[in-house]
Structures are given as C-alpha cells and as structure tokens.
Write a protein that binds this ligand. Sequence first.
Ligand code: ZN
Length: 294
Amino acid sequence: MHAMPFAEESPPEPRTRCAAPTSRAWPWLRATVAGASLLVMVACAPVQTTQSGAVGVDRKQYVTSLISPQQVEQEAAQTYAAVMGEARAHGALNPDPQQTQRVRRIAERLIAQVPAFRADAANWQWQVNVIESDQVNAWCMPGGRIAVYTGMLERIQPTDAELAAVIGHEIAHALREHTREQMSQQLGAGLGLSVLGAITGSRDAVEMGNTFTQVMFQLPNSREFENEADAIGLELAARAGYDPRAAVSLWRKMAAQGGGGQPEFLSTHPSSSTRIANLQQMSERLMPVYLANR
Ligand SMILES: [Zn+2]
C-alpha cells in the first residue's frame, strides 16, 4: 500500500460520506423529503474504481448502490449529446480543425495510458471535442466524454504538456468516478432530494439528470478529489511522455488569470494554497516515468 502523496499536509476537510457508518455492515440513512420524514435504506458499499498507480492513490471510496454506474453513464451520454448538439447548432463545435486535431492527439496519448489505472476504461467510448467559448474550462464526463473550451486554449495558451496536464486531470476524475461518488455524498448529506426522487421513483429521470448536471458543472470538487485527479493526471501525462512539471506552470497560469474573474475551471476545481508545492513534489517523483517514456 502506498501513502496518498498529498494527504499529509493538513487534516482532511469536513465532508460527508455516502452515509455515516452507524452500522458496521450496512449504514442506514435518515432523510427528510419535503417536510416528511422518510427512512431510506442506503446500502453503502466500498468500490474500487482504480489501481493505485505509482502515485499511490488508494483512498477507499464508498458509493451507494442506489446510484448505479449504468445510471450515471446514461446521464453522461445524454448530457454530453445535448451539450454537443447545442454547440453544433450554434456553430461552436470544433470550430478550428487544427485545434481539434491537436486536442485529440494529446487526449489519445493520455487515453492510451488509462489501463494503468483501470483496465475497463480502455473499452470506454472515448469522445474528445472542442467547444467555442470564452470560458477557461475543460471537463471529462463519466465514461470518457471530454470537452475542452477554446477559452482554455486561447486565454491560457497551454503548451502540449500543459494541455496534457489539464486533460489528464479531467480523465482522472472520470476514472475515479468522482461524479458518482459526489452524487452519493449528496444523498448522504441529506441534500440529495433530487437523487431521492430518483430512488423513490418520483420524477426520476429529470431529478437524476438535475443532480448529475449540478455535480458535473456546478459543485466544487472536494480537496481530496482534486488531489487524486492531480496525482493520477500527472502520472497519465508522464506515462504518455509529457513532462509532468508542466502541471506546475499550468496551474500558475490558471491562477494568474484575473480580469473577468477567476477561470470557470477553478470554480469546479478549486485550488488549494499547497497545490503548486504538491505538484512540484509529485512531478519530481514522476520524472523517471517521464524520462522512460518521452
Ligand atoms: Zn479537478
């Protein structure tokens, strides 16, 4: 077992798990829906989403079985198709063929490395598209559906290795199934009324979709999710032959973006004061991996 490389710097931030482990075997959850008290039985099972890799990401994840990977996959497929359809309708999908080719080439090199963390991800239906938008943003939905916004490319002007750091980070969130885990935590915190709606069968599709969208595009990732995505993303980049130290310059550029407020990317991927130092330390440890693969 490896130690989580970034975990020691400070105590973990308070957060809710899938459900408080009040019982050793099966935690139970009490939730209140619209003023009425409803006892919902939530079986919280540990899941192993990824191998720990050289970076040693081995935090145990707990996800309710009531939100299945298939449901999340379905939401992701629908939402991705809708976003891309909208972009196409506005002439904003892959506006510059060269730009798209560049993003896809980098993404493909990273995707080729995903079996190091989870074998099944090699069979995901990976999609990579560029959306014309001023937003400094990029994301990877569950199941390997990637979008990079032109704002990220034009306002940050990333080198290939810096872009690999961004895309690798996003891929890592998908490999770790952070969206499903966060949807699960929403439920555990009693905030997931919309998830509950899905479980209890009321307005299920719409409610599940709303929760997915909220988690995917609005709620910030926890610091531990960010640490994991940094670590796995860095290793994917190093394995793909991209200098992992580029993550340091990338996040510096991101932090330096002022003007019209902070980059959209930072609202869902909040940066901690120790991020740069952590990335520096981690990228140095990954240099042998990079040097062997460049
Ligand atoms: Zn992130």
